[in-house]
Design a protein around this ligand. Structure first.
Ligand code: PLP
Length: 286
């Protein structure tokens, strides 16, 4: 596998960043994960817009121009011969400098890393794609809207889920309201049949899949209520699903070991999975 690091394309095993890189020392950096489907970058513009925003919030400069980054990620995909399904990972840190919390002197070169890897084909069977979650406290900071590489609470949440035999953890804030999952946004069809997901704010990441799916709802005759729901409402929901660049639309049929309703994938989730599959595949036949 080939990685890009600050202007060079190298085998992943040989690619290096400095030991004083601020991403390594402080988690002082941002990242993006973009899905590639048969050579097409899914929601690329949304991901690069979010990257621009994340960089701005951390007062980080673009390491290269946006057009140049678009060319680099294509080159990484090509050099890795990833023509089918792949994930591109982009990370930008504040660069290497003597270890001090304050920003390094102006002109310090940021670190740009781009890697890519093959992933399994888009799931065809929504029932087989269903999975389970646990719930737990949201232990993150006040700016979860920035996609930073500081992911320790998310790592611990995801590991707790794995240890419990589940895929994700839905995190609950101090008011008993669900924020999102460790690496995905969460949606419900509530007990009144209303599709809901938490409104954007500092408490959640503005998911690109969340945004893309929102744009498809009108054509499906669905309306979305962007309102927080409680842990109790999550447990009573008619349907639950999560969204992310790697999970797409993924049904949740078990929460903390209990079935969501009768444990079958519901009709709204089924419809949205199909709509998102068409979006990813860009109209290509299956
Ligand atoms: N929320 C968190 C905390 C995430 O880490 C992610 C993605 O990794 C998402 C939500 C979903 O975002 P996207 O749809 O852009 O992948």
């Amino acid at each position: 596998r080939i990685a890009y690091v600050n202007g060079r394309y190298l085998p992943v095993a040989a690619a290096q960043v400095r030991v004083e890189d601020r991403g390594f020392l402080f988690g002082d950096g941002v990242y993006e994960v973009v899905q590639v489907y048969r050579g097409r970058f899914v929601d690329e513009e949304k991901h690069l817009n979010r990257l621009t925003r994340s960089l701005g919030e951390l007062r980080l400069a673009w390491p290269v121009g946006r057009r140049a980054l678009e060319a680099i990620i294509r080159e990484v995909v090509t050099r890795n011969r990833l023509h089918d399904n792949a994930l591109v990972y982009i990370q930008i840190t504040r660069g290497a400098a003597k270890r001090e919390h304050v920003f390094p002197k102006p002109g310090t070169r940021t670190t740009l890393v781009v890697t890519a890897r093959a992933i399994p084909a888009f799931p065809r069977d929504v029932d087989a794609w269903a999975t389970s979650i646990i719930t737990g406290p949201d232990q993150r900071w006040d700016r979860c809207d920035i996609k930073t590489v500081n992911l320790l609470p998310n790592v611990l949440a995801k590991q707790a889920a794995k240890d419990a035999g589940a895929f994700e953890m839905a995190m609950v804030d101090g008011q008993g309201m669900v924020t999102e999952c460790a690496s995905s946004n969460i949606w419900i069809v509530d007990e009144h049949g209303q599709l809901r997901t938490r409104a954007l704010g500092h408490e959640i990441l503005p998911g690109c899949t969340r945004a893309a799916l929102s744009e498809l709802l009108g054509a499906e005759g669905l309306t979305l209520s962007e309102t927080a729901f409680s842990l109790d409402e999550l447990r009573r929901a008619q349907e639950v699903f999560i969204t992310s660049a790697t999970s797409f639309v993924r049904p949740i049929t078990r929460i903390d070991g209990a079935s969501v309703q009768d444990g079958a994938v519901g009709p709204v989730t089924r419809r949205l999975f199909a709509a998102f599959a068409r979006h990813v595949q860009g109209g290509l036949p299956n």
